[in-house]
Design a protein around this ligand. Structure first.
Ligand code: COA
Length: 258
């Protein structure tokens, strides 16, 4: 169905693999268009409870936007490219179902930005991270200046974006860019087991914590107010009845997402 992605749905998890390994899975316009469609699938398909974004092969997650497409762009076209990227990555970030990045190699430029748009990140030991756009006379354009600053703080973000240096996986872990580092062979199993753990929780509560965490970073929204409203809305759900009842009855809750 896709030319630049492969998708696999198993145990309610959609694994979306960016599949251009000969080009280090670089994000050309077709990859971005297909990624948008795959994310639509995550939103719309009831069999999908969560998703993993990863890269094909053992070298790269995504080595950035496709540099070969930059040579002829005008500022206007550059603006359109960035705006499109922002829409797609915001859709990933705002997805009510968990979308996590399993970073299996280079996550550079747009690749690092894609990983940061996901709800959280796991990396293999060989992963490398960076925003090397300044080497090209460019800056991050898919939300990287904002999400990197939010995730690791302004000083570290500016160092990475100004030097273009790469972080290895253990540095990325200690800088707070990724949550876990595992051997490459354990990357997808670890990502899947974390998602299975999340699937057992109340789905509406999961989407509400995603919404509230983002509200914390949105200058136009009072995140505390959002939390109060989302907390209150939980009391209208069957899942809260089920969860509280299951606790009292000392049994596992069986949530329906209602
Ligand atoms: N856009 C387009 N093509 C890319 C690419 C990118 N971002 N990153 C890698 N490729 C291509 C290379 O051009 C090469 O294609 P070719 O075989 O047709 O010449 C192929 O992927 C393999 O890359 P190569 O550079 O030969 O691999 P390497 O192991 O020596 O180096 C990297 C790997 C990731 C360090 C290096 O490819 C790189 O620096 N890529 C660009 C990273 C970047 O600046 N990203 C930000 C873009 S805004």
């Amino acid at each position: 169905m896709y030319q630049t992605l492969s998708t696999q749905l198993e145990n309610n998890i959609l694994v979306i693999t960016i599949n251009r390994p000969d080009k280090m899975n670089a994000l050309n316009q077709l990859v971005m268009a297909e990624l948008a469609l795959a994310v639509d699938e995550v939103y719309g398909n009831h069999d999908i409870k969560s998703a993993i974004i990863t890269g094909a092969g053992e070298k790269a997650f995504v080595a950035g936007a496709d540099i070969s497409e930059f040579l002829t762009l005008t500022p206007k076209q550059g603006e359109e490219l960035a705006k499109k990227g922002h829409v797609i990555f915001q859709r990933i970030e705002n997805c009510p179902k968990p979308i996590i990045a399993a970073i299996n190699g280079f996550a550079l430029g747009g690749g690092c930005e894609l990983a940061m748009a996901c709800h959280f990140r796991l990396a293999s030991e060989n992963a490398k991270f960076g925003q090397p756009e300044v080497n090209l006379g460019l800056i991050p354009g898919y939300g990287g200046t904002q999400r990197l600053t939010q995730l690791i703080g302004k000083g570290k973000a500016l160092e990475l974006m100004m030097t273009g240096d790469m972080l290895n996986a253990s540095e990325a872990l200690s800088w707070g860019l990724v949550n876990h580092v595992v051997p490459l062979a354990e990357l997808l199993p670890k990502a899947k087991s974390l998602l299975q753990k999340i699937h057992a929780k109340a789905p509406l509560a999961i989407s509400r914590v995603i919404k509230c965490a983002h509200a914390a970073l949105d200058k136009d929204i009072d995140g505390y107010d959002t939390e109060i409203k989302e907390f209150a809305a939980c009391f209208a759900t069957k899942d809260l009845q089920e969860g509280a009842k299951a606790f009292v009855e000392k049994r596992q809750a069986n949530f329906k997402g209602e």
